[in-house]
Design a protein around this ligand. Structure first.
Ligand SMILES: *Cc1c(COP(=O)(O)O)cnc(C)c1O
Length: 467
């Protein structure tokens, strides 16, 4: 399998190269040259497989020759062996229509672990082949940081610099990052910044020759293709359990950077019968406006109780627009240049019509979020939802559905990660699972820097081990 850039000018790469590359050198994002497709009997044959085996089968076409099927199976077994639930991503029923897909049984309590536990192993595998090193620079709205740090802490060939917006992540999220004291981990709290500001700095570092001349820069954000690939698997897992391929299944996805829901789009391109993908946003609703009106224009970020969705620029949306716009790299580069200059753009008619054929969207405010938390708590056997999941569920419940369509909301974080918000809505304060240990008893290590690109770049240049 070869991967091409959405902006048409970066060289095509194989899977091992694309895993280590992150952002393409032309500023675009890598996508597979074509979508692999399973037939209906091939999908039916995946039913009942253990998660690790299903993962290897769904990912093999994307991995191509970069790993043997045997090696891929070993890596998925190792990655998902660290999950606290034998089903890895179990389904929970809420009522006759609604289901939760629990993606938070990994070491850091959010769905990011599903992809990053594997990505950490892939980095190690591919770097060992050419005896090379990787300097990871990433931005986090809270959950990517802890999951990425857990996945690479103490690894020999990888060093990680993780930027988060100071004061805008929950205490649990911050401590999950800053209490990891491994020498290859560098936490940076960027002052007076939003996640979008942090992400913009990371993108600049990828394009900055004073950095790239001395370091091989890698990505753990969902601009990294391997992350999205690993997330395709649980769409298959859930749909197979609910009757696919004979029955269509819908998904509602709490969305920020458009990575998780794009993985659902990929599953649909591969032949999974996806009835609809609901893009659930909070009041930071650029994606809802884009999908309902074709208006992709960034406002200022409003902090909410669902910080991983406090995003106005959704990097992975470019992958969708590229695919729906006829895969024209030059046109995509021009469209994105317009967006970067004006912080706004219109979707073309093919992009908007194509998106509407599969996606729907909803904007859920704080009251809607709390209402969904209370419904699950009071009417569904004391089910506890984190704020992100509650937004997804509320979006799912606010739509009319055809009879016989099961609707799966992706439960993206463990409620204990956002205890204050859960307690405010339900009166119940969830406890932290034993696997996170004594998070509040450990020392923290973090560098505060001003929201200034040069300060962040110089810190990376000074602290990172050169090639
Ligand atoms: C990252 C995250 C999201 C958003 O996922 P995207 O792939 O960025 O759309 C939603 N909920 C939680 C809990 C997250 O950590």
């Amino acid at each position: 399998m070869r991967y091409i850039s959405t902006r048409g000018r970066a060289p095509a790469l194989d899977f091992a190269e694309v895993t280590l590359a992150g952002l393409a050198s032309d500023g675009g994002l890598y996508v597979p040259e074509s979508w692999p497709r399973f037939t209906e009997p091939e999908i039916a044959a995946l039913r009942g497989l253990p998660y690790t085996e299903l993962a290897a089968r769904v990912m093999q076409p994307f991995v191509g020759d970069s790993l043997t099927p045997q090696r891929l199976r070993e890596l998925t077994a190792q990655a998902y062996g660290r999950f606290a639930h034998a089903a890895v991503t179990p389904l929970t029923q809420l009522d006759e229509r609604h289901w939760l897909l629990e993606l938070f049984h990994g070491p850091t309590l959010a769905f990011k672990d599903v992809a990053l536990q594997l990505l950490g192993l892939l980095f190690e595998e591919f770097l060992a082949r050419d005896q090379s090193r990787l300097t990871i620079v990433g931005a986090t709205s809270g959950d990517t940081g802890s999951a990425a740090i857990d996945a690479v802490a103490g690894r020999e060939r990888v060093e990680i610099f993780m930027l988060h917006p100071a004061g805008r992540v929950s205490d649990v999220q911050r401590r999950q990052m800053t209490t990891v004291l491994a020498p290859n981990v560098h936490n940076i709290a960027v002052e007076n910044a939003s996640f979008d500001d942090c992400q913009a700095m990371v993108k600049r570092i990828f394009a900055d020759e004073s950095v790239t001349a001395r370091h091989r820069i890698g990505a753990v954000n969902s601009i990294n293709w391997a992350r999205l690939m690993a997330q395709v698997v649980y769409y298959f897992a859930a749909a197979l359990q609910l009757g696919a391929p004979e029955r269509r299944v819908a998904f509602s996805v709490p969305t920020g950077n458009f990575g998780d829901v794009f993985a659902g789009y990929v599953a649909a391109q591969m032949g999974l019968p996806v009835e609809r993908l609901v893009v659930a946003t909070n009041v930071n609703d650029i994606l809802h406006r884009a999908l309902s009106e074709g208006d992709y224009s960034a406002g200022t970020v409003i902090p909410t109780a669902a910080p991983s969705m406090d995003i106005q620029v959704s990097s992975n949306f470019e992958r969708l627009l590229f695919d729906l716009g006829g895969r024209d790299g030059a046109a995509m580069a021009a469209q994105m240049a317009g967006f970067e200059a004006n912080k706004a753009m219109r979707l073309t008619a093919p992009q908007l019509d194509g998106a509407r054929a599969l996606f729907a969207s909803a904007r859920i405010d704080a009251a809607g979020m709390a209402g969904a938390m209370r419904w699950a708590w009071e009417d569904c056997g004391a089910e506890v939802l984190d704020p992100h999941t509650a937004i997804g569920l509320q979006a799912a419940r606010s739509r009319e559905w055809a009879e016989d369509v099961p609707v799966v909301t992706l439960a993206t974080a463990h409620p204990a990660k956002f205890r204050d918000a859960v307690e405010r809505a339900t009166g119940f304060r969830p406890g932290l699972p034993a696997r996170v240990g004594d998070l509040f008893g450990r020392a923290e290590q973090c560098t505060a820097l001003p929201g200034d690109y040069a300060a962040v770049r110089d810190f990376v240049l000074q602290a990172a081990t050169p090639l």
